[in-house]
Design a protein around this ligand. Structure first.
Ligand SMILES: [Zn+2]
Length: 188
């Protein structure tokens, strides 16, 4: 029965919302309570043995106070947990439910470029699938199809990014040529 997985998926969604709220609270300035992103970032070059490196500061206009632009540890922890633990498990649960409900992979995900955490999906399917669903390699085939679609998408996006880079390079090249022409045409 996948009502258990429905509960699990809802719980994960709730956890994600709660974490996001906690992240936001920790992303306010301790000086003026505005969002930290609404502050100006000032970059300073370090001197001495660390010369050449830069350090960024957020500048608060309210008190003219500067505070280090680094995010607090709690914020990073919360965000990391939400993005790399909760989200991964939520996706796995969503996929397991899709299979158990008899939906095809493409019905629930379009355009994913990364494989889900298949081990989690496998475990949930093994736990909640009916005998019929486990017969005839049904899950194995479903999984294979999903893996192939995701891999194809990853390659497609990779190729698209490459051709975009090529266009950019060409544009950059012609810009430089144009600028060179301007420079040589300009009276001195
Ligand atoms: Zn501030």
């Amino acid at each position: 029965m996948s009502v258990m997985l429905k509960v699990k998926e809802n719980s994960l969604a709730a956890e994600s919302r709660i974490i996001r709220r906690a992240e936001r609270r920790r992303n306010r300035c301790t000086n003026c309570a505005k969002w930290k992103r609404d502050h100006i970032t000032e970059v300073q070059e370090l001197r001495g043995p660390k010369a050449g490196l830069t350090k960024s500061f957020l500048v608060c206009e309210e008190g003219g106070l500067q505070f280090n632009g680094e995010r607090p540890r709690d914020y990073n922890r919360l965000r990391g947990h939400r993005r790399f633990v909760v989200r991964v498990e939520a996706r796995a649960t969503h996929l397991a439910r899709a299979f158990l409900k008899g939906q095809s992979y493409s019905q629930v995900e379009q355009g994913a470029r990364r494989q889900p955490h298949w081990r989690s999906v496998d475990l949930m399917v093994a736990k909640y699938a009916t005998k019929e669903q486990l017969a005839d390699q049904m899950y194995a085939l479903w999984k294979e199809t999903a893996q192939r679609i995701i891999e194809e998408h990853r390659l497609e996006v990779g190729a698209a990014t490459l051709s975009k880079l090529e266009i950019k390079e060409r544009e950059a090249g012609s810009l430089t040529e144009g600028q060179l022409e301007e420079m040589t045409d300009a009276p001195r």
